[in-house]
Ligand binder design. Structure first.
Ligand SMILES: [Zn+2]
Ligand SMILES: [Zn+2]
Length: 325
């Protein structure tokens, strides 16, 4: 049991992760809709499924660099949720949202102050988003919480009030630029989705292309823990940005191998997932954005070295050696 679970007991995490799931999930092939994330509400013409044939070499899982998913432990995502993955053909059939000339920018919207000593640098989050997705990313001026009307509440042991996620999503929706493919609110304030909840990491409405995530619980000190990894909070923050933004492209949870698109039910499970996309999910993103895969890997490796993600850079180096022969 993690420290968080010890604090929260059993019932609250179960509630918590329903909202995290609703942040992630949308329907496909008549699946169950959870809370306002039905992408079919904005349908686009599905791509021809024949395009799923003849996968390029970099999109094939040859077992090199991609580890199998471990058997889920009690309380892990796949122990609780019965998911079967998403093939490339299934992704195309779903008619996913795709960037175009009009909606071509990934927008990050800071909410409140990012002056927490352990807050991830917003400029680095922008560069990561831009490099990871091969699309322009923009940081909007931070929302000054003194100037907006968002419901909050005081909670014992928290220095700052918690903010109500639904109203933040409304705010993001109102401020959504025309050119945005999606807008992700990021904050160091703690969040809650309703009065019956202790907290939530984040919530999204993919149909409306907005999401909000708090990084404050990624700080080990929040849980009274120490860490000797100076890049831990940034790594966790980048991972959630990669995972949730990929959902906005219509990429669902991955069950093929260890991948940033694996579902996770708690912080320890998320920490055990890699930052990279598996070949199948990389193929989906490349189809959507159209970047050069080798060039993207090279840029990501350079950025990872700069920001202290050395293991991620080394993984990419090995992958590139394999792809390029
Ligand atoms: Zn997800
Ligand atoms: Zn995957």
């Amino acid at each position: 049991m993690t420290h968080a679970q010890r604090i929260l007991g059993i019932v609250v995490p179960a509630l918590l992760f329903v909202v995290v799931q609703s942040a992630c999930e949308r329907t496909e092939g008549g699946g169950v809709v959870t809370g306002g994330t039905d992408e079919r509400a904005t349908p686009r013409a599905a791509a021809p499924v024949e395009a799923a044939e003849d996968a390029p070499m970099w999109a094939v899982d040859d077992g090199l660099g991609f580890e199998p998913l471990p058997t889920p432990a009690p309380g892990d995502w796949l122990d609780v949720h019965h998911e079967f993955g998403q093939s490339f053909a299934g992704f195309l059939r779903s008619g996913p949202n795709r960037p175009d000339e009009t909606r071509s920018v990934l927008v990050l919207q800071p909410i409140g102050r990012f002056d927490h000593p352990s807050a991830p640098p917003v400029g680095t989050l922008r560069r990561f988003t831009e490099t990871y997705f091969g699309m322009p990313a923009q940081v909007l001026p931070a929302v000054n919480l003194d100037h907006v009307d968002v419901t909050s509440r005081r909670v014992a042991n928290l220095r700052r009030p918690q903010l109500l996620t639904g109203e933040l999503l409304d705010l993001l929706r109102r401020n959504l630029p025309e050119y945005a493919f999606c807008s992700v609110g990021i904050t160091m304030q703690d969040l809650y989705p309703g009065p019956d909840w202790n907290y939530v990491f984040g919530q999204a409405s993919l149909r409306e292309r907005v999401a909000v995530y708090s990084f404050v619980r990624y700080v080990p000190a929040f849980w009274g823990e120490d860490s000797d990894d100076p890049s831990l909070v940034l790594r966790r923050s980048c991972k959630v940005l990669a995972h949730e933004t990929a959902h906005a492209f219509g990429i669902r949870h991955c069950t093929a191998c260890l991948c940033v698109m694996n579902g996770s039910n708690h912080l320890a499970e998320s920490d055990s997932r890699p930052l990279h996309l598996c070949p199948n999910d990389l193929r989906k993103l490349q189809w959507s954005v159209g970047f050069d895969v080798v060039e993207r890997y090279r840029r990501l490796a350079a950025l990872y070295r700069e920001i202290g993600f050395d293991d991620g850079a080394e993984w990419i180096d090995r992958r590139l050696r394999h792809i390029e022969g």
